[in-house]
Design a protein around this ligand. Structure first.
Ligand code: NAD
Length: 328
């Protein structure tokens, strides 16, 4: 059987990536829509043949509890709204997929995890890179210490767009706008999967904040064994790379997270593999199989929470100018 997915939040990522990617999945079917903008529904329903009985607004979404066609609610709204929507979805008895970054604060993440546990549903965070084959090959190089012990790492993710408008959520700090929450979470997660280690502390950090949100954030993390890792993320500068230094060479993903696929290479001239697009289809099929086979998901809420703890420590370090230990 296929897993019936309802998308909650019909914005840019839902429309441009997730709905099309659902059409390429083997184990999922886009069956439902939940929106605060009902004017969007006719186009969506016509395009994806969504039945009226599977359509909800934010006000009626609790009714989805009795709809057996829907197994999963995929929350794709502004970051500050993830917590409440995820808790409501879990309380409706549906499995939940939630976009990155998981939420604003560690406390929010914990409440989301608890709500899913109490309702016996799975929670998966939309870390598409963890399902991407070249990224998995890079992780394998670390796991096998193919180039010896790791000595350092660099992670960069920036996109030179225009400064986000103050009346749009991406321009609002309280809504989860800004480089660190949006793109920075890729650099943090990348350093974690690239090293297969958890950071001990933020050594230092700086944030450029011309208006409400940070447009560029740089940070240094200390990992075990004295490994220092540098991260940089921006919404006004472009770069995209994850590089791992080891005693006998280096290996990297350059670029590390575009939709079209990533490119991996090593210091001795190896190419990890051809770029693979449609990470979202791989992600959703893996998460659907986890539900069908009652297996753990690859990126559970606990993983999303760790990155939010690191984000908060980076912000604290930037604000205080001090080294901030990270306690998981
Ligand atoms: P968007 O602005 O294009 O869409 C947001 C949607 O949420 C809109 O349909 C909007 O109407 C709705 N919404 C619900 N509650 C809202 C509220 N209180 N205020 C404003 N809008 C509200 O944003 P997006 O690019 O689709 O991003 C949505 C989420 O997806 C974010 O968490 C973002 O980080 C994530 N995202 C992930 C990826 C990825 O590659 N995994 C890419 C883009 C976005």
């Amino acid at each position: 059987r296929k897993i019936g997915v309802a998308i909650l939040g019909l914005g840019g990522y839902a429309k441009g990536q997730i709905a099309p990617a659902l059409q390429l999945t083997e184990h999922c079917e886009l069956r439902g829509l939940i929106t605060g903008s009902p004017e969007k529904l006719p186009e969506w329903q016509a395009k994806y043949a969504i039945k009226d009985e599977n359509v909800y607004t934010y006000d009626t979404m609790e009714d989805i509890a009795s709809n057996s066609a829907i197994d999963v609610i995929y929350v794709i709204t502004p970051t500050a709204t993830h917590r409440d929507f995820v808790i409501r979805a879990a309380n409706a008895g549906k499995h939940v997929w939630c976009e990155k970054p998981m939420a604003m604060r560690p406390e929010d993440c914990q409440q989301m995890i608890t709500a899913c546990q109490q309702n016996g549903v799975k929670l998966s965070i939309g870390y598409r890179m963890l399902h991407e084959p070249n990224t998995q090959k890079l992780i394998e190089l670390t796991r096998t210490q193919a180039y010896g012990p790791i000595t350092g790492a660099t992670s960069l993710a920036g996109y030179a767009g225009s400064l986000p408008a103050l009346d749009y959520w991406r321009g609002q700090r309280a809504m989860g706008g800004g480089a660190l929450y949006d793109m920075g979470v890729y650099t943090i997660n990348g350093l974690r999967y690239g090293t297969q280690l958890m950071p001990l502390a933020v050594v230092s950090a700086t944030q450029e904040r011309p208006e409400d949100v940070d447009v560029t954030t740089t940070y240094q993390l200390e990992f075990p064994n004295g490994i220092l890792a540098n991260g940089k993320t921006s919404v006004v500068e472009s770069y995209n790379k994850l590089r791992i230094e080891a005693t006998n060479g280096w290996y990297e993903l350059d670029p590390m997270q575009p939709y079209e696929g990533v490119q991996g290479s090593t210091s001795d001239g190896k190419i990890l593999g051809p770029p693979v697009p449609n990470q979202q289809s791989l992600q959703m099929d893996a998460d659907a199989l986890a539900i069908l086979n009652n297996q753990p998901v690859r990126a559970p809420g606990e993983e999303g929470l760790k990155d939010i703890l690191i984000i908060r420590a980076i912000i604290e370090s930037a604000e205080t100018g001090k080294r901030v230990p990270i306690v998981f």
